[in-house]
Design a protein. Structure first.
Length: 862
């Protein structure tokens, strides 16, 4: 009996001890009466912070909505109900996707008035939403998990520059550099400004995730979509939406779904976006994996048509191959499959496209080796390559991934021997090729087959620190294909200071700048760096010798900042594509571009504009050399005005140039400097397009030899001769008339003409009063019966003189006044047929202008 009493006493003690140590579950209702701090007991109706066994209820439009600070680690509760009847928002602060999360051991209910979100990020990835649910989770219709506009403030892993058209899951309209994981996406989106991109959401649900509301990490400003990673036993829902769409030409983000069972039939989108119908972002990625199967499937869909691609990079590019059941491009999606990624099936539907390195217009085969960069940046270190050896002359080589996936990017240095590989592909990454300025030995990278710059693939050289010319690209290949968003990127990697055209605030190279009126280097064989005032620097230099086809659908850029543009020299058989080639500047003159080809089908743009900074800088030079022209084509075109500076042939040394065609357009101003000569050969053609500032000037002691045709509308000061313009026999100066309303055209003087022709019905031409125009060949002026050419003196009633030394002049359908042809041959006004001369008008004070009949005699028409 004593033993039984003793046992009861022990049991009673143990029970009391257990009850004393056990905390019963309780409801914790948010009041927000003091602040938004979750950890302040005064913000809870029960004046107690929720603990692991508590049921949290947030259902009231309180003055302060709750903010859960996870900076000290995870917080655990028993269940969560938010927004069942009243607008309620729970914000996660300082959460991550590993440990700093909200753990709910039971169920979660996001009601029709409830929202889960995370805090706004600055330019660091500080806040994300990770919810770990042990039971079931329901997002009711009109309920939200919403992290829109919660991305980086105005930057991102895609680019440190502040730009629109951001990337993430795909290439953006202006930035082509994907980041984040295809299979476990947890990165926030990138932004142009004001956190425009989407944030990051991770949901781990032990039971069923029922989605009839919305889970969104889309961009709702200027940015790319964010990330949504869901792992649940079952994913269900009918009216739900899961989305990470981009905006303002930003790309879509990334979604990954893991499940044992999926009955979800709602919306699932990672669309790119359009901005002003000019640029569009690619779609992001959607990865799905049934946890009972070995491999998942990946698919992309896009609601807009974009030239940009969804570039797939294996997040473990230096490790295990990512093998997928399928890769599918739906609708208007465009996918590029990178190295170390394989699939059982590649599927396209609608206008979807899937590109691979093995495609005929790419490398034509899978690469023999690709860069993994695990050791350092040295191209010649075999440890940096997937094959374990340095690329050999018979290897197809790929550089891919970029700084978001690679520890080190590759640098190739060529000093006193050539480097050789079979073919080279660069995609969503950059390769720096550094060759010496040595034209005699011409040390270079030689490809026996093709160079492929896939989407986001760039080649560049190192920045030339200081004023010395150290690094350039010198490359030889069979063919070159620069895809959309791929490119030769030489901008701001030339000199960081100095150079022949280096100056204060502005610098020059292909054209003059206001403070440094010095041009240098070759127009026809440009290989120099631009000049610079301060960093970042001038345009760099590239010489690309392509034996066959050069397709430029992307870009070749050698632009400067606080410096001039640089040099681009391209030699090829067929010049094709629709991309962009530039050697411009933000604070200096344009650089120099030269392109040699047999056939040209290129429809893109080529420019070497000067900057508008500091009163304006001159354009650089563009030279094209088709095989059928012996001397090629010179183009001077600009968009800014400065009447004190020119695109001179060369200010450092005397030069002699001959061109078959010369085009001066926009505000381009070509100068033949003292001691320089410019020749337009027989059948050559110079066109000065109509613009107030487009002009050709020959300075004192300069020589312009014309054996061809000079064509100009006749804007005042469009042809300025201080030196010598030698118009050889057979040459022609053709005036086409100014088309702008109520503007006169001017006939230039200060030189002798051979043939002078005015073909400008309805236009008025002014001749310099008191001056003599010497014409040794034929003067021809042609209007139309109802559109006479009007000829006047710059000063009324003061004559202008013609000295026709060869043959009489001839005019049709003109109205002439104050002209004196007494110094040489006369001018005959016709036509003879049907007394056509009667449509012309003699407005008086004219000498030796004969209008068909003179004193009853019909003059013979020659």
């Amino acid at each position: 009996m004593k033993i039984m009493k003793s046992k009861y006493a022990i049991y009673t003690f143990l029970l009391l001890f257990a009850l004393a140590s056990y905390t019963f579950a309780a409801d914790r209702n948010w009041s927000g009466s003091v602040s938004g701090d979750w950890h302040d007991p005064l913000n809870w109706t029960e004046s107690s912070i929720p603990e692991a066994n508590d049921n949290v209820i947030i259902d009231g439009a309180s003055e302060h909505q709750p903010v859960l600070d996870l900076s000290d680690g995870p917080v655990t509760i028993a269940s969560l109900s938010i927004g069942a009847s009243k607008a309620s928002t729970l914000t996660f602060s300082y959460g991550d996707v590993a440990t700093k999360r909200l753990i709910v051991t039971g169920d979660v209910y996001v009601g029709p008035n409830g929202t889960l979100t995370h805090a706004v990020n600055d330019d660091e990835e500080t806040h994300r939403l990770f919810l770990d649910v042990g039971g079931d989770m329901e997002i009711a219709n009109k309920g939200f998990i919403n992290t829109e506009k919660k991305a980086y403030f105005n930057t991102g892993p895609d680019s440190k520059a502040r730009m629109i058209g951001r990337s993430h899951g795909g290439h953006g309209g202006y930035v082509a550099n994907v980041y984040g994981s295809i299979t476990h996406p947890v990165s926030i989106g990138s932004s142009y400004n004001a956190n425009g991109g989407g944030g990051a959401i991770r949901l781990l649900v032990g039971g069923t995730l029922l989605i009839n509301g919305t889970i969104t990490s889309s961009s709702s400003g200027w940015g790319s979509g964010g990330s949504i990673l869901i792992d649940a036993d079952t994913i269900a829902g009918i009216t739900g939406t899961i989305k990470v769409n981009g905006s303002h030409s930003g790309s879509g983000g990334r979604i990954a779904l893991y499940y044992n069972s999926k009955t979800y039939t709602g919306n699932l989108t990672t669309h790119g976006s359009t901005y002003l119908s000019v640029s569009t972002g690619a779609g992001g990625t959607i990865f799905e994996k049934n946890k009972n199967e070995n491999h998942g499937k990946l698919w992309v869909s896009n609601s807009v048509t974009s030239q940009n691609l969804t570039y797939l990079v294996n997040p473990n590019i230096d490790g295990e191959t990512l093998h997928l059941k399928s890769i599918t491009a739906y609708d208007r999606a465009r996918i590029f499959v990178g190295v170390n990624i394989t699939a059982d099936n590649y599927i396209t539907e609608g206008t979807g496209i899937i590109k691979r390195w093995s495609d005929p217009d790419m490398l034509g085969s899978e690469p023999d080796t690709y860069w993994i960069g695990t050791a350092d940046t040295n191209w010649n270190n075999g440890s940096n390559w997937s094959s374990g050896t340095v690329p050999r002359p018979d290897d197809a080589v790929v550089v891919e991934g970029g700084e978001n996936y690679l520890i080190n990017l590759p640098y190739l240095f060529i000093e006193d021997t050539n480097a050789e590989v079979k073919s080279l592909g660069v995609g969503n990454s950059m390769l720096r090729i550094n060759c010496p300025f040595d034209e005699e030995n011409n040390w270079r990278l030689i490809l026996s087959e093709d160079l492929i710059l896939a989407p986001g693939g760039l080649i560049a050289h190192n920045t030339n620190i200081g004023s010395a010319e150290q690094f350039r690209i010198n490359l030889e290949a069979k063919n070159m294909n620069v895809a959309f968003s791929g490119g030769v990127e030489l901008s701001q990697i030339g000199r960081t200071s100095g150079g022949p055209g280096g100056g204060k605030h502005t610098s020059s190279y292909g054209g003059q700048s206001p403070l440094v009126a010095i041009t240098y280097g070759s127009i026809t064989w440009p290989i120099n760096l631009g000049s610079a005032y301060i960093p970042p620097g001038s345009g760099g230099a590239a010489k690309l010798n392509i034996a066959g086809l050069a397709i430029i659908d992307g870009f070749m850029k050698s632009d400067g900042r606080w410096a001039s543009g640089g040099s681009i020299l391209l030699l090829c058989d067929t010049f094709s594509g629709s991309g962009e080639i530039t050697a411009g500047s933000g604070h200096g003159s344009g650089g120099r571009i030269a392109i040699y080809y047999r056939e040209k089908t290129f429809t893109g743009s080529i420019s070497a504009y000067g900057s508008s900074y500091n009163a304006g800088n001159a354009a650089g030079t563009i030279y094209e050399k088709p095989d059928h022209l012996e001397h090629g084509i010179l183009i001077i075109s600009n968009e800014v005005v400065n009447t004190s500076i020119f695109t001179s042939l060369n200010d450092l040394e005397a030069v002699n140039y001959t061109f078959d065609e010369i085009l001066v357009s926009g505000t381009g101003r070509l100068l033949v400097g003292g001691d320089d000569s410019l020749t337009l050969p027989e059948n050559g053609h110079l066109i000065i397009e109509e613009h107030n500032w487009a002009s050709v000037t020959v300075a004192e002691n300069g020589i312009f030899n014309n054996a061809g045709t000079i064509e100009l509308p006749g804007k005042e000061n469009s042809l300025n001769i201080v030196g010598n313009l030698n118009n050889f026999p057979g040459s022609l100066v053709l005036y086409t008339g100014v088309t702008a309303d109520e503007q006169d055209s001017y006939v230039a003087n200060g030189f002798d003409y051979y043939n002078l022709e005015i073909d400008a019905p309805g236009k008025s031409f002014l001749w310099n009063a008191g001056e003599t125009y010497n014409i040794h060949g034929q003067l021809t002026i042609a209007g139309e019966p109802d559109n006479r050419v009007v000829l006047r003196s710059t000063t009324d009633e003061e004559q202008w003189f013609l000295d026709l030394t060869g043959v009489p002049g001839y005019a049709e359908h003109v109205d002439v006044q104050d002209s004196n042809a007494n110094l040489g041959k006369y001018v005959l006004v016709g036509p003879k047929e049907n007394q056509g001369w009667l449509s012309s008008v003699d407005s008086g004070n004219n000498n030796k202008w004969f209008f068909g009949l003179y004193k009853g005699t019909i003059f013979k028409f020659y």
